[in-house]
Design a protein around this ligand. Structure first.
Ligand SMILES: Nc1ncnc2c1ncn2[C@@H]1O[C@H](COP(=O)(O)OP(=O)(O)O)[C@@H](O)[C@H]1O
Ligand SMILES: [Mg+2]
Length: 370
């Protein structure tokens, strides 16, 4: 666990970090994001003591890092920066093995480790180990940067805009791979970016900074759903949620008061309700508003000869429905798979919450997406 406690930093009387309080959990992928100059790099560099706080404390596993031996501290922290920081006159292998070398590992131990790491970051060891950095593409160099950060098997990895100089395709690939690496290796990663797409894709939580303050700190989903008014809203873009369909839930898109009826109404009454509310089906609910079934105009037509029949006896009980917190992707999939034009939304107790229809979806897409 990494904790910032009332951390401030001033450079020449200018406060660049203002009383930062932040807890990063073990194994968490934490994103620091914000406009240029907001204090991201400064915060990151404080974790490995490249910068010391003007006041306040940083604790790792409960221990104040100022009281720790700097070399030992850094041995447990990998660091990846945008400009790779690879030494140009050293081979890829030597670059990766630098810290193990300083830690007096034998040549065989070092080679074994660097080959293993090259493999891990998707570079063929035998092909690349003896090359020099400028013989590799930007993306490959950044892979080497990641391999080097992993060389001493640290618990913590700091990454400062590691992919921002890469072309979009390479950046995407590396994002995927770092994500997978973290899933496998369960490192604590503190990752600085100014790219919200990257933040959403990678972060377990996102800490949004502005002018040395934390303005919002939450999961990607919560930030997209409830962006702080003003700055965050502007920063992430108003319709951002709609670019992340997996975060849009049935309850966000449903009609909130669908037409319902008690099962005790008659066929005749049902016709009346359908006509006056211009719908071709009725959701049947009990007294607690729990969904019981559905009656369509076809069911009604078939039972017209018996107008006093209770609709509870003719309703279809084989219901396709979705839960309120299921994603729009699943909603569309269910509608598609079952060939239905609408789908009721219930909560976990089976209480009817709303209805998603094809036409409500179309209206919504037109408003939000085009
Ligand atoms: N060594 C320094 N001396 C003076 N000002 C600095 C120093 N390092 C950073 N700053 C200032 O602190 C602020 C935060 O910088 P930084 O943490 O690098 O921002 P970010 O990484 O979010 O772009 C900026 O205004 C920057 O100019
Ligand atoms: Mg920076």
């Amino acid at each position: 666990m990494i904790e910032f406690k009332n951390v401030t930093k001033t450079f020449k009387n200018t406060a660049v970090l203002k009383n930062i309080n932040l807890t990063i959990n073990d194994g968490e992928f934490l994103i620091l994001i914000g406009p240029s100059g907001c204090g991201k790099t400064t915060s990151l560099k404080m974790i490995n003591k490249l910068i010391t706080p003007s006041s306040g404390n940083i604790l790792i596993n409960g221990e104040d890092i100022m009281k720790k031996n700097t070399i030992e501290l850094r041995r447990n922290i990998g660091y990846v920066i945008q400009q790779t920081g690879l030494f140009p006159h050293m081979t890829i292998g030597e670059n990766i093995e630098l810290v193990p070398f300083l830690n007096k590992w034998t040549f065989e131990e070092r080679r074994k480790k660097s080959k293993e790491l090259l493999d891990l970051v998707g570079l063929e060891p035998d092909k690349y180990i003896d090359r020099f950095p400028d013989e590799l593409s930007g993306g490959q160099q950044q892979r080497v940067g990641v391999a080097r950060a992993l060389a001493v098997n640290p618990d913590i990895i700091l990454m400062d805009e590691p992919f921002s100089a890469l072309d979009p395709i390479t950046r995407n690939t590396l994002q995927e791979e770092v994500f997978k690496l973290q899933q496998d290796l369960k490192k604590t990663i503190v990752f600085v970016t100014h790219d919200m797409d990257e933040a959403i894709k990678l972060g377990d939580r996102i800490c949004i900074m502005k002018d040395g303050d934390i303005v919002q700190f939450d999961t990607p989903e919560q930030i997209l759903r409830n962006p702080q008014k003003g700055f965050v809203e502007g920063f992430i873009g108003a319709n951002r949620l709609w670019n992340q369909p997996e975060f849009i839930k049935a309850e966000d898109i449903m009609i909130k008061s669908p037409i319902t009826s008690s099962p005790n109404r008659t066929v005749l009454q049902a016709i009346g309700i359908m006509q006056s509310s211009k719908v071709d089906s009725l959701l049947i609910v009990d007294n607690d508003n729990k969904l019981q079934g559905i009656v369509t105009s076809k069911d009604i037509r078939e039972n017209m000869i018996n107008p006093s029949l209770k609709i509870g006896s003719i309703m279809s009980k084989e219901l396709i429905y979705v839960y309120n917190d299921e994603s729009i992707c699943l909603v569309l999939k269910k509608m598609n798979n079952h060939g239905v034009g609408y789908i009721p939304v219930v909560d976990k107790f089976g209480v009817l919450k709303g209805l998603v229809t094809k036409s409500s979806l179309i209206t919504l897409f037109e408003e939000k997406l085009f």
